[in-house]
Every structure is written in C-alpha cells, then in structure tokens.
Design a protein around this ligand. Structure first.
Ligand code: ARG
Length: 460
C-alpha cells in the first residue's frame, strides 16, 4: 500500500531520480546505516539479534555494491531507497526497521557531509604533495635568474626558485581552505529527522563519535537544509583550480618557442595530427581550462540554494553532480600537476639571457638617484628619459656614455654602471619576502616549516 494509486509518470521518474549519480554515496550510506542501527539498539528499538542481522545484511549489500552484483531494480529513485529495498530483500521485513527515526533528509545530508569530509582531506593531501614538489623544484632552482613579469612584460629579474615558491604559498592557502571545509562538514545532521527532530531519543553524540563527526548539528531545521559545507568545499576547490590554471598557463607560455624557458616531458605532451614537429603542452592547457568548470559547480549550488525556503527541498538533490564533478576534476588536476612538474625541465641559459635584459634595472637606477638625494618621482622621470634615449639609439643602458648621463642628471656618475651589473639587481631586492638570495633562503626555511606543519596537522 502507498499513498499513491498510480506509478509515477516515466518522465517525472527520470527527472526525480538521483540514482544515476548518487551511487558513489553508497559506502557512506552503509556506514551511517550501521551507526544508526547501533543507536537504535542503544535506545532499545532493536534487540541484539536484530542489530546483528541488520549488520550482516548491510555487509551483504555492501559486498554486492563493491563487487558490481548489486541488483538495481527498475524505477529505483535514489541510492538510499535502493539500499533499503535490497536490505529488506536480503534479511526480510526486519530491514524495514532500519529507517525508524531517520528521514532521507537527515540521511542524505549526513552522507554528503561524510563525502565532503573525505574529499576535503584527500584534496588537502594532494595539495601537500604538490607543495612538496614545488618546494623541491624551488630548492633546485634557487639561484637561477629569470625575468619577472608584470602585464606579461619583462619587469624585474627574480630567481626561478622565488617564482616557484609563489605557487607554494598560493597552495598553502588552499590547504587551509580545504581544512576549513572539512571542519565545516563536521556537524552531524543525522538525528534531525525530516526537519523537526525525532519521536525517539537517539543518542546523537554517540552517533557523532561513531561516524567521526566533531559535534551534533544544534538545529534540526538548519541541519537538513544546510549545504554550506558543500559550498565551502566548492569554493576552496574553485580557488585552488584557479591557482592551477595560472600555473598551467605559465607552463604553456614558458614552453613555447617564444619563451623557451622550460620543456614539458613527452609523457605530458601530445603531438599534432597534422604537424609532425609539434609537441603540445596539453596537460598544462587543461589545468588552465578546468578551473571554470570547477567554479561552475560552486555557482550551480549557490544558485540552487539561493532563496530556498527552509527546510529540505528537492532542489537540494542538485548538490551532487556539481560536487562530484568538481571533486573528480580537481583531484585529477592536482595529481597531474604534481607529476607534470616533476618532469619539467628548465633552460638555465635561456632564462638567464632573458633576465639579463638591462632595462629591467631601470628601478635600480632610479633608486640610485634617490640615494643621492633626488625624490623618487623625479628619478623615475630621469630614468624614463635614459630608457627613451637608449631605445632611440638602439643602445643598452650601459652603452650610454658618461656625457649622455650627465645630460640627464648631474647626479649620474660611475656608480650608474655598477648598478647595471646583472647580479646586483637580484641581490638588491633584500626586503623581507624579496628575491635576494638571503631572503630566499629564509623563505625556503619558512616553506619547509609550513609544509611540516600541514603534514603534522594532518587530516583531522
Ligand atoms: N535523493 C535525495 C537527495 O539527493 C534524497 C533526499 C530525498 N528526500 C525527500 N524528502 N524526498 O536530496
């Protein structure tokens, strides 16, 4: 018997079903079902024998799900119902007792929270591995000069190690965001019922401990309609994917003939179907292109949740594909980025040659004038004039004669030529966080300490 006389219209059934994509929640659904059964036992709703039989039945169903022999009935709506139906088939009507004191609303929120916790941890671990790779690369290239850019125009030289560490710190912030997403999924929804709480006094604290949640969600209405933890994951994932897209983008540029700063290993490149000479940095391009897709997951769910009245609405079923797609793509990209970097080689000479572009020392010349008493803004103008004159005569800055210099400023003497020796532009950037070797050594120490800290905190 049921409230409904007729079966659902096939089109409605298709629209309504989540079984096509929520199957990956199955292990979490089984895990929480076990914990729920134990709570039912503790409350005297199941006896010891019933608990054991339900536990065995769930094991059988879990094995079937794992081994691919789970018989999925036609018309099944979602994984929660499918598991319950199968449990009843396997152990008989007793299986129907499992849903006492549980609604699919608190059930699905709990499954998704468990899933987010797992993948926030997994993401964190992958980020750490990528950070370790970047640190190792930075150590190996600590004193390799390269041009630093703004507006993708050569700006000031930096050490390659310094540039690589920029990504290390970006990812370090990502790691913190994933840890926060993990915490945000730390309140147990189960025990909230459909929205108002339960007619049964189940020990939610015990269930929380059992399932490794930090605490019990304090408001049943909020608990069943909360998907903030998914948004927290998706926002962390979006920012991280954006970082990877910038890394990918630089590898694409740097591996081009125009830059020739690095070479992507063959394992991470593909050829062209028509141009035999081509070796394309597809992996790096895809790191670049996946970011909007991950972000679209955030936008989808933020859109779904926007303006939704409390508590649960079926709209919220749309959280899953957005989340799963982001998880799959982000985890793949993090892993691929680490391996691609492992096999990336840099061209020391090419980088050094590009970094030796003297115009990059323009700020250093301006600072020289400042040290001799000229206000910076004025010095900026004087050096601008020197650059123009050099360009007009096809000269480098050091090819300007002392007489040329004097025409621009009385303050320009031989120290001008010293400032233009390449090593000095890098080593003069000695402010905290700057590229000078001593500062970079400190930065490497700080990066090692940060990585050790992250590893120590580990997945909570
Ligand atoms: N498949 C549903 C979802 O993903 C499960 C919850 C259904 N709850 C309900 N009251 N119909 O959200």
């Amino acid at each position: 018997m049921s409230r409904f006389r007729d079966p659902p219209d096939p089109l409605f059934a298709r629209l309504n079903a989540s079984i096509g994509f929520d199957r990956r929640l199955a292990p979490y659904d089984i895990e929480q079902s076990r914990a729920h059964a134990r709570a039912l036992r503790a409350a005297g709703i199941l006896d010891a024998d019933e608990l054991a039989r339900i536990g065995d039945g769930l094991s059988t169903v879990a094995d079937e799900l794992d081994g691919g022999s789970f018989p999925l009935e036609e018309g099944e709506e979602d994984i929660h119902m499918a598991i319950e139906h199968r449990l009843i088939e396997v152990i008989g009507p007793l299986g129907g007792k499992l849903h006492t004191g549980r609604s699919r609303n608190d059930q699905v929120a709990t499954d998704v929270a468990l899933y987010v916790r797992d993948h926030a941890r997994a993401g964190g671990r992958l980020i750490e591995a990528l950070m370790a790779r970047l640190l190792e690369l930075a150590e190996r290239h600590v004193d390799w000069p390269m041009p630093g850019y703004t507006h993708l125009q050569r700006a000031q030289p930096v050490y390659l190690g310094h540039h690589l560490l920029a990504y290390f710190w970006m990812l370090g912030r990502d790691a913190r965001r994933f840890a926060a997403a993990r915490d945000s999924a730390g309140e147990l929804p189960l025990g909230s019922g459909a929205l108002a709480g339960l007619n049964w006094d189940l020990d939610r604290e015990a269930v929380a401990r059992d399932l490794d949640f930090d605490s019990v969600a304090p408001n049943s209405i909020d608990a069943v309609s909360n998907r903030d933890f998914v948004l927290d994951y998706l926002s962390a994932a979006s920012i991280c994917a954006m970082h990877l897209s910038r890394l990918g983008s630089e590898v694409v540029l740097w591996s081009s003939d125009e830059f020739s700063f690095c070479e992507v290993d063959e394992d991470f490149s593909s050829g062209s179907s028509i141009m035999p000479q081509k070796k394309n940095p597809d992996a790096a391009e895809l790191l670049r292109a996946k970011a909007p897709r991950v972000l679209s997951g955030f936008l989808t769910l933020a859109g779904v949740m926007h303006g939704l009245p409390l508590a649960y609405s079926k709209d919220m079923q749309e959280d899953k594909e957005a989340l799963f797609d982001a998880v799959d793509n982000l985890e793949l990209c993090l892993e691929a980025a680490e391996r691609m970097l492992d096999r990336l080689s840099f061209d020391r000479e090419g980088l050094a040659e590009a970094a030796a572009d003297e115009f990059a020392a323009a700020t250093d010349v301006a600072d020289l004038l400042v040290r001799k008493g000229m206000p910076f803004r004025e010095a900026h103008g004087v050096v601008g004039g020197l650059v123009r004159e050099a360009l007009e005569h096809g000269k480098s800055l050091s090819e300007l004669t002392p007489e040329d210099l004097r025409r621009h400023s009385e303050l320009l003497d031989d120290s001008y030529y010293e400032v233009l020796s390449p090593a000095s532009w890098l080593e003069s950037k000695g402010s905290a966080g700057g590229t000078a070797s001593a500062r970079l050594a400190e930065q490497l120490d700080a990066a090692r300490a940060t990585l050790a800290e992250l590893r120590e905190e580990g997945p909570s």
